[in-house]
Ligand binder design. Structure first.
Ligand code: PHE
Length: 446
């Protein structure tokens, strides 16, 4: 192995990659999508999407990363027959850059709410007051910028400490803590009076709501939640040692990621229904509805503190992984130190993140196709660039990459192995690109 940085332990590999996958996508996007798209019917479709599309696509990113041991751009350039394939890496870095600009804003909000919960300033208001409080906060100038700068600073310190001392150590501490918080909150929710209605909303398969859109939403959700399509897992797997089992790791990440998403639903819906609230999606749910739910709950202070700590940790570890894509690329491509690269990226994100944040306040009049800057970036990145990156990566590995590289990386041997490889390549050549293209096209038309 080269002198390049690598993760020291298999546990570290799992925690770092799960840290990337488990994020806002699991806690505020998944539960609502499941509830709205037929509950158990969506869960089943989602599980299939993860198995048939998510895992193959993730393994493809792992192959590229570990074979090259390079950053997103360098990885594709090094192992591709033609340099032009490096374009997939540039697309990944660019997408990461865009996501980072608005992900730091939301991670900042979670930090602020954690602060409110910890200082006992969150509970006791009415629904309307919570709505007003959130819109006043998010549209103000300095408080959200202060929060996002804090997030960038924390992330900067962790990332500049390097792959092992920074990212791996932080993930090994933060992720088990996150699982503990998740379990405590889920048990508490299940013990609530009307937990059954909430659990039914999430789990009972309602096939009457099942349409082609359900399938496409499940695939889109799988992509975002598993951190696919922007070379994030190419970057992380470039730090894997040769003894990491790529298929095994991808399967574990997917199962854990899905488990967290389901548990998030188990936490949120019983509570929302018990206290007579309406479930809402995204910011509305976690920043406007839940504070009111916690206000009515016995030991509300404790549960709100745990919940916002959970949300912040989940968002932070994902933010770290996206930032690492950009930092690794800049430091390797321009041959500057990791710390310099972190400072450069941090300053840029501070500037662009602030612009995104201001798009809820003073810059709200500045819109592109009726969306403010924040929403435009989110739309472009999640609906267009991530699927595009996923399609290109699977086409590259399925059609262009030397089979021997795939055999070596997946440790394929014997007849059974050869049969498996055929099926895997078939998925990469046809199933993944075709299904993700459908998601991309519907995303564009919506
Ligand atoms: N998977 C993260 C989430 O669920 C988001 C993410 C997307 C992270 C792409 C890295 C790359 O919130």
């Amino acid at each position: 192995m080269s002198r390049r940085a690598h993760f020291a332990t298999k546990f570290g590999v799992l925690m770092a990659t799960v840290g990337s996958a488990v994020g806002l996508g699991n806690i505020w996007r998944f539960p609502y999508q499941a509830g709205e798209n037929g509950g158990g019917a969506f869960l089943l479709t989602y599980a299939l999407a993860v198995l048939l599309i998510g895992i193959p696509a993730m393994v493809a990113e792992f192959i590229v990363g570990r074979e090259s041991h390079l950053n997103a751009v360098g990885a594709f350039k090094k192992i591709a027959p033609k340099k032009a394939w490096g374009g997939i890496g540039y697309l990944g870095v660019f997408t990461g850059f865009m996501i980072d600009c608005y992900y730091c804003v939301v991670t900042g909000w979670t930090l602020y709410y954690l602060f409110l919960a910890a200082s006992d300033n969150l509970l006791g208001l009415s629904v309307d007051q919570y709505s007003l409080m959130f819109s006043t906060y998010s549209s103000s100038v300095f408080p959200p910028i202060f929060a996002l700068v804090s997030v960038i600073l924390i992330t900067g310190v962790i990332v500049s400490l390097g792959v092992q001392k920074g990212i791996e150590t932080a993930s090994k501490i933060m992720m088990p803590l996150l699982f503990l918080l998740l379990l405590a909150l889920a048990v508490n929710s299940c013990l609530l009076e009307d937990s059954q209605t909430g659990l039914e909303f999430l789990f009972i398969p309602n096939w009457s709501e099942f349409t082609i859109d359900t399938i496409l939403s499940a695939i889109g959700q799988a992509f975002f939640s598993l951190s696919l399509g922007m070379a994030c897992l190419v970057t992380y797997s470039s730090y894997f040692t040769d003894d990491v089992n790529l298929i095994g790791t991808a399967s574990k990440i997917s199962v854990i990621d899905m488990g967290v998403a389901v548990l998030a639903g188990v936490i949120i819906f019983p509570a929302v229904f018990t206290f007579g609230m309406e479930p809402e999606q995204g910011p509305g749910l976690v920043f406007k509805v839940l504070p009111n739910v916690f206000s009515q709950m016995p030991l509300g202070y404790l549960w709100s503190l745990l919940f916002y700590a959970l949300l912040f940790l989940a968002a932070l570890t994902s933010f770290i992984s996206i930032t690492e894509v950009v930092v690794a690329y800049i430091s390797e491509a321009f041959k500057i130190s990791r710390v310099k690269s972190v400072i450069l990226t941090g300053l840029t994100f501070t500037l662009l993140g602030s612009v995104c944040s201001l798009s809820f306040g003073p810059l709200s009049g500045f819109t592109i196709a009726d969306k403010n800057i924040f929403d435009s970036l989110d739309y472009l990145a999640t609906n267009i660039l991530l699927p595009l990156g996923g399609i290109l990566t699977s086409i590259f590995v399925g059609w262009r990459l030397d089979r021997k590289v795939i055999e070596k990386q997946l440790n394929i041997k014997g007849k059974k192995g050869a049969a498996f490889l055929k099926v895997y390549i078939f998925f990469l050549r046809y199933i993944v690109p075709a299904s993700v293209t459908c998601v991309l096209v519907t995303g564009l038309l919506s």
